[in-house]
Each structure stands twice: as C-alpha cells, then as structure tokens.
Design a protein around this ligand. Structure first.
Ligand SMILES: Nc1ncnc2c1ncn2[C@@H]1O[C@H](COP(=O)(O)OP(=O)(O)OP(=O)(O)O)[C@@H](O)[C@H]1O
Ligand SMILES: [Mg+2]
Length: 538
C-alpha cells in the first residue's frame, strides 16, 4: 500500500501514552507516609493521630497545661534533625495601643517531648497539603505513647480548653465564630454607672435579663420554653450599645460574684450575616453555636440590617423552629423599629419586650454634664462650676448623648489647641503671629457675635469661663450642622442624625492634640488612648 502510512488506531501513540501516564500518578497522602515511617521507627509504641484543628496540643502547652520540649539534634543531623517552622511578625491590631506586636511561629514539621500531669509522649507534628478539598486541614499531630487511654484524657482536656473562652467574646463575622479579646477588653470597661438612663428603665433592663437567667425553673414550671428576646430601639447615640456592653460585663461577672463560675453567662455577638456560605448558612452557624453555649446572651446589633427581607424566613425558622433554643436570650438593637418585619417586632415569643432609648431630657443632660464635670475635677486648668451643668443642658436641647459627647470633646480639643491659654491671650497671639487670616481670629469674632446674640445674661462670672465660652461655640456649630442636615432632608429631625464629623478638628489635629487634651482632662501625659471617650465609649 502506498500513500501515507498514518496509523490512527495505533496503541503505540506516544502522546496518548504520555498524557495517560501523566494523569494517573499515584495518590499522595502525607498522613499515610508519616504513619508508615513512624510505625517502622517506633514498633513498640502505640500511635494516635490527632488533627490539629480538633485540639491544638502546642497551644494547650503554651497556655501552661503541659510542657512541649523540641527534640532537635542540629549537630548530629543538621538536615533532618531540626524541625521546619514558619516565622512571621504579627503587627499590633491597633497602632494607638503602642503594643510592639509579636513574632509567631508555625510548626510545619517538628518533634517534641510532651509532658502533662505524670504522663509523657513523643509527638510529631506534620503539615501536608494533600486531599481533595481546596483548603484542606493539613496539620496532624502524631502521638507516640505507651498508654493510649491517658492520651484520650489529654485530648478531651485540650479540646474542651480550645472551645472555651479565655478573656474573650465570641463574635460572628465573615461567616464564622471567632474569639475577640479586643471586644472583651472594651466590655470590661463598661459599667452601668456610666450609662445615664431613666432609673426605672435601667432597673427594668437589668432585671429582665437577670430574671431570665435565674428563672430556668420558673419557665419549666410554667411549661413555657426558656427563651426570650428584647429589642432596644431609638435614635442613634443614646446608649443602646453601651447598655448592651454594660449588660455583657454584668453577665460575665455574675459567676464570680455568686461564687459559682457556671453562673457566668457568655455573650455571642453577631456583627453581620455576610459569609461565603450565604445568610442561611450564617444563621445556622449562629444558632447552633448559641444552642451549644446556652445559657447565653445572643446580640444582634442593627437588627434591621441583619434580618433583611431575604433572610427573614430563615431567621424565623431558627428562632421558632423545632430545635430547642432553651437558655438563649436574644437582644437586637435598631434605629428603625418601623423597618423591622411585624413578624419579628410584633409577635411575642420572638422579641417580647421593647425598650425605647430616647434623646436625653433636661435632667439627663444635666447628669451628663455632671459626668464630665467629675471627669475634669482634678484638672486645675479648667474651671467647671456646678451651675455650668444646667447651662450646658439648656443649650443642648434635642441633642443625643453622642452629640453631647461631641460637644464636650470638641470644646476640650479647641481649648487644648490653644495650649490652655486664656482666650484673650490666645487671640492676641493669633493676631500677632498669624495676621488677619488666622482662623482663630474668625472664631473669636464669631464668639463675640454669639455672646451678643445670646444676650450675655447676668451670670457674668460664668459667662467668662473658657469652658463655657468654647462650649457655646461648639454647640452652635453642631446645631448648625443638624439644621443643615434637616434642610437637606437627610434626616427627619435633629435627633435622627448620625454622629457629626468633628468640626474643625480633623483626625490629624485630633492626634496632635490628644496629649494636650489629656493633660487638660487628667493633668498628666497620656499613656494610652481611650481617654477622649465619654462614659461607656469603647
Ligand atoms: N445613655 C447614655 N449615657 C451616657 N452616655 C451615653 C448614653 N448614650 C450614649 N452615650 C454616649 O454616646 C456614645 C454612643 O452611644 P451608643 O453607641 O451606645 O449609642 P447607640 O444608641 O448604640 O447608637 P446607634 O443607634 O448609632 O448604634 C457612647 O459611647 C457614650 O459615650
Ligand atoms: Mg449602637
């Protein structure tokens, strides 16, 4: 036969062979390789393999419950006798804390002598990126022991420990529960004394929660499920969040106060449902954790944005579904009760009680000014007589607490910017050094106008006080800002505005004058931040 001699059916096709050969490699499984090697190397010891995600034995040891000593021999065996570790630097989570950050080591391969109680074992740790998952859990711990039973006890202790909170709060964010030490620290600074509320309302808020956690038997006797929901609603900046934090603190302290750690109630704090698995998955994760941790305080901040139309039915399913939610007290905060679905807001057994956090009335504004007066009491440079408290309350009608806080902070900042000098002196200096365009000049003129406008009054002694003069200016600026927002229709009333942008003092100057402000507030240099805050600011 002549012509071309292609043999398309040939079983000798090299390309096909190569392709098939290339695509049918042996399975790779580091776990099996390590197990085989260890069994050969330690024929007299039993081997227990434990994935690290289940109980992290090195973390348990570094918490002080066991001792893990590296078994390395770099001299006799410089290549295989030393472990493999990744080292990286973790910067501080907040630069302002002047925390130096920390170095972290991640063991990729290592061998340790592990001692706990009166037991010891050899542990190998090996990371192997095998398996079919895109992000497989790849680090296993290989425990070589003579006593498997004792190893089981260790595993139980270490895994219970890793599930517990250690000065942390559970926070649901980005689709999973994480422990937050930062939130815990801020909660520990919150207390009911610095939350100004109507006395009866404060008592009701607290007893509602305490009665719930003390009342398991009552609910049982009444044959009703031991679960409850409350909603905190109202315009921004009036204490919903600081009340939740004060409550969290109270619930953490409960165990210690009553001498029984089991009475401590943990908080589960939900930031958002946004997650890679979608809101349904997120809600499933949230409620299954809450059931596991119950009795617990389950917080949904900005409930209306969390339970949007699309997720409402999943939410209700979890709240009312067949699975028991015994011991779960839910609290949701919102600015917009009207935006919440009636199925959530109106039906009892979901959110049974609602508390309204209104703008402060005159008396509460006086109390808030007294709070600042007390804060400034050791400061020799600031004169804050009692009658100023009611005068400040008079001019801050319709302010939320957060707006009042802003007025105080802006006032003290402005005073700090002047370096504690009397206004007249500061103005003279401003004229001398900066000429007619200096902004201080304008502020000064504005203040004079304001005083004329306000009629001066007969409190001439108080009227001259630097704090009062500056406070009036700042309150006017804030009021103008509220009016402007109202005119533009960005809010329906001054009270429904979000927090103002701090006028005239931008972030830079805020940081620059932080120390000066601290000197004014406390008569000494700042060691840390956080002193700018009003009560309960975290
Ligand atoms: N009742 C209050 N007593 C004392 N200070 C308060 C009170 N309410 C608000 N503040 C001050 O205002 C700040 C903001 O308050 P908070 O975060 O609790 O408001 P909120 O009601 O949760 O507002 P939003 O609806 O915007 O979340 C607090 O850090 C605190 O300094
Ligand atoms: Mg809030």
């Amino acid at each position: 036969m002549t012509g071309n001699s292609f043999n398309v059916h040939s079983s000798e096709d090299q390309t096909g062979r190569e392709y098939f050969h290339h695509s049918s490699g042996q399975r790779v499984d580091t776990d099996i390789v390590v197990v085989e090697a260890l069994r050969k190397q330690y024929p007299h010891l039993e081997l227990v393999v434990v994935p690290r995600y289940n109980s992290d034995l090195l973390a348990y040891a570094s918490a002080g419950f066991a001792k893990a000593t590296p078994l390395e021999d770099a001299v006799r065996d410089p290549v295989y006798g030393v472990g493999v570790k990744w080292r990286y630097y973790m910067p501080p989570s907040r630069r302002l804390d002047s925390d130096p950050g920390a170095f972290v080591e991640n063991v990729i391969f290592g061998k340790f002598m592990y001692k706990w109680k009166d037991q010891e074992a050899i542990i190998y740790i090996a990371n192997g990126r095998d398996g079919t998952q895109s992000y497989p859990s790849v680090t296993n711990q290989y425990i070589l022991t003579t006593n498997e039973h004792k190893v089981d006890e260790l595993l139980k202790l270490a895994s219970v420990w890793s599930q517990q909170l250690h000065n942390e709060v559970w926070v649901f964010d980005s689709g999973y529960w994480q422990k937050s030490a930062e939130l815990y620290d801020s909660v520990m600074k919150a207390d009911w004394d610095s939350v100004i509320l109507d006395d009866d309302m404060k008592k009701a808020l607290i007893s509602d929660v305490e009665n719930f956690f003390d009342g398991q038997k009552t609910y049982l006797d009444l044959k009703v499920p031991w679960k409850r929901g409350v909603i905190y609603y109202g315009p921004p900046g009036n204490g919903k969040t600081i009340s939740i934090k004060a409550m969290m603190h109270m619930l953490y302290k409960r165990g210690a106060e009553k001498g029984d750690k089991r009475l401590t109630v943990p908080t589960l704090y939900v930031r958002t449902l946004a997650s890679y698995g979608g809101p349904e998955y997120a809600l499933q994760q949230i409620f299954s954790k809450a059931r596991q941790e119950a009795p617990c305080y389950l917080v949904f901040e900005d409930l209306d944005s969390i339970v949007s139309d699309g997720v409402r039915s999943y939410f209700l399913n979890e709240v009312d579904g067949l699975t028991s939610n015994d011991g779960i007290l839910m609290v949701g905060s919102t600015n917009h009760l009207d935006r919440l679905d009636p199925g959530i807001a109106k039906r009892p057994s979901r959110f049974d009680r609602k508390y309204f956090f209104s703008n402060p009335d005159f008396d509460q504004r006086v109390q808030y000014a007294q709070f600042w007066q007390n804060k400034l009491k050791d400061n020799k440079d600031i004169d804050f007589p009692d009658k100023l408290c009611s005068k400040i309350a008079e001019i801050t009608d319709k302010f939320s607490f957060a707006y009042m806080q802003e007025a105080f902070v802006a006032t003290l900042l402005a005073i700090a910017v002047r370096g504690g000098k009397q206004e007249a002196l500061a103005t003279r200096e401003a004229h001398r050094f900066a000429g007619p365009h200096d902004p201080m000049t304008n502020v000064d003129k504005q203040a004079k106008l304001d005083r004329m406008y306000n009629g001066g009054g007969d409190d001439t002694d108080v009227d001259k006080l630097e704090l009062w003069v500056e406070m009036q200016k700042q309150v006017k600026i804030l009021k103008d800002e509220m009016d402007e927002k109202d005119r533009r229709g960005t809010s329906t009333s001054a009270s429904i505005t979000s927090l103002p942008i701090r006028p005239r003092a931008g972030l830079d100057s805020l940081n620059r004058y932080r120390d000066e402000l601290d000197v004014l507030l406390h008569g000494r240099r700042a060691e840390s931040d956080g002193r700018l805050s009003g009560p309960g600011q975290f």
